[in-house]
Design a protein around this ligand. Structure first.
Ligand code: GRF
Length: 202
């Protein structure tokens, strides 16, 4: 499966995906890494790792539609079959989502439907939650609302700050995202309405 990764920042989840591919745990090929942010650390990281990366700067486009059309075009040129959002800090419109219907995944640093949107770890701390975690899900038009593929829980400790909780969640993310992608690439995810069934192997 050829995957295209959209990322805006640090790129640690992308790194975990690259590592899983190299270790033979994930049978995928990264066709493109696209960042909307020219400063993103992820661009430096991947250029060093010899992975095709490009920056599509939102500010160079008149509107969201044109920006998304440019991203979709690059993904299509590279025959991307699955779009992987890894710290991509933009909301995609239905225009883009329809073009890759059922073929966009995201990871969110909370146990959805709890704490959607930005600063999910801070939200969990502020709320006084005793557990949080991460969720890999398919992307639909809503904000972090698409069908859930995998989740992993982590404890929220008494002394946690958003930062310490983020670190614990991030560690779980790096295991969960490659696992979810492997299930997809093995053809083992079956979406039935809101529910994603994982097909067992023999
Ligand atoms: C992760 O916490 C992910 O859950 C969220 O954005 C962060 C990206 O981190 N969507 P990184 O760029 O993969 O290091």
């Amino acid at each position: 499966t050829v995957i295209g990764v959209l990322a805006s920042g640090r790129g640690s989840n992308l790194q975990a995906i690259v590592d899983a591919i190299e270790a033979g745990r994930l049978d995928a090929k990264i066709g493109a890494v696209i960042s909307d942010n020219p400063e993103a650390n992820v661009l430096k990281r991947m250029t060093a790792a010899d992975i095709p990366t490009l920056c599509i700067d939102r500010r160079q486009f008149a509107n969201r539609h044109e920006f998304e059309a440019a991203v979709a075009e690059e993904l299509n040129i590279r025959h991307v079959e699955l779009v992987v959002l890894a710290g991509f800090m933009r909301i995609l419109t239905s225009y883009f989502i329809d073009r890759f219907a059922g073929k966009i995944m995201n990871i969110h640093p909370a146990l959805l439907p709890a704490f959607p949107g930005e600063d999910a770890q801070q939200q969990a701390v502020d709320y006084g939650a005793k557990v949080s975690g991460c969720t890999v899900h398919f992307v639909d038009e809503g904000m972090d609302t698409g069908p859930i593929i995998l989740q992993e829980a982590v404890p929220v400790l008494e002394d946690d700050t958003a930062e310490t909780l983020s670190d614990r969640i991030l560690h779980a993310e790096h295991i969960l995202y490659p696992r979810a992608l492997a299930l997809y690439c093995e053809g083992r995810l079956k979406v039935e309405g809101r529910r994603v069934r994982i097909i067992e192997t023999e």
